[in-house]
Write a protein that binds this ligand. Sequence first.
Ligand code: ZN
Length: 318
Amino acid sequence: MGLVIGVDIGGSKVAAAVVDDHGTMIEKMRVETPAKTAGTVNDAIAELVWKLRERHQVDAVGMGAPGFVAEDRSLVRFTPNLPWRAEPLGTEMTERLNLPVVVENDANCAAWAEVRYGAARGERNVVVLTIGTGLGGGVVLGGQLLRGEYGIAAEVGHMNVVIEGGLRCGCGNRGCWEMYGSGRALVREARELAQISPALAARMLELAGGEPEKITGPEVTQAAQEGDAAALEIFRVVAGSIGFGMADLAAILDPAVFVIGGGVADAGELLRGPAEQAFRERLTGRGQRPAARVVLAELGGEAGIVGAADLARQPRHL
Ligand SMILES: [Zn+2]
C-alpha cells in the first residue's frame, strides 16, 4: 500500500494528514469541527480528505473518532462531544470518498501509533494512557490492538477506584479512575487548595491572576516546574492515583510497558516519576515479578493521525 490519509476527529477540530509507510506525515490540514449535526461534521471531514487527495495519490483512509466505535470499524455507536448516534461513518465515507475507510476509537489510534512508531516501538504488550481532561486508554496485546467483542475495550478511565463515596463521573457512575488521575483532578485539587489555603497555593494563584477558579493545568505545571511545594504535592497525589490504577491494569494485562501521554504528560518527569513509584508500591506480587517499564509518549498530539493512518493499512483483527 502506498500513501494513506489519517484523520483525527475531535470535538473542536478535525485534523488530517497524508502519511507514508514509515509513519511520517507528508502534508497536514485542519478545520474547526462544525458540531451542529452529524451531516455537517461528515461534510467537513469529506471536504478535508478531498483537499488532500487533490495533491496526493492515496490508497485508503483511517479515521479516529472520539467515542465508541463498533467492531466492524465503521459504525460510530456514540460520541459524547459530537452529534453521532449509531452513525455508519465508515460506510458513508467509503461511498463518498471512493476509497477504503476504517474507523477506530481515537485513543486506540494514539496507542497504536506509540507502539508502531513511538515510545513502545517493538513491544507486543503495551498499555497507553492518554491523560488530558479525562483519562483514555489503548491496549495492545500480543502485537494486536485490543478492541473487545463490541469495540469498546480499554475504557480504562471508568474503572472504579473508590468503592463508596467516590466523585460523580460524566459516565454516570461514581469513583471512576479518571476523576482522580487526570487533568480534571489536577485542577480540582489546585483550586480546592487555593480556596482553603491561599498562602500555600500562593504561586499558583499568582499565575492565575489571583482567582482560584482561573487556575488551570498549565499554571499547576509551571508552578511545579519552578519547584513550588504545593504544586509538586498535587502532582504527586494525581500521579499516585495514576500509578495505583496502573497496578490494577498490570494485574489483568501484564504489559511490558506503560506509555503515558496526553496534555498532562507534557509535565514529563513530574508526572512519570511519582506515577511509576506508586505503581511499583502497589503492584501485585511486587518483588517477585518483573515490573513493567513506565515511559512518556513520544508522538505528542500527532499520534491520533499517525495511528489512524497506520490502522487503515492493517487487516482487521481481534
Ligand atoms: Zn466514569
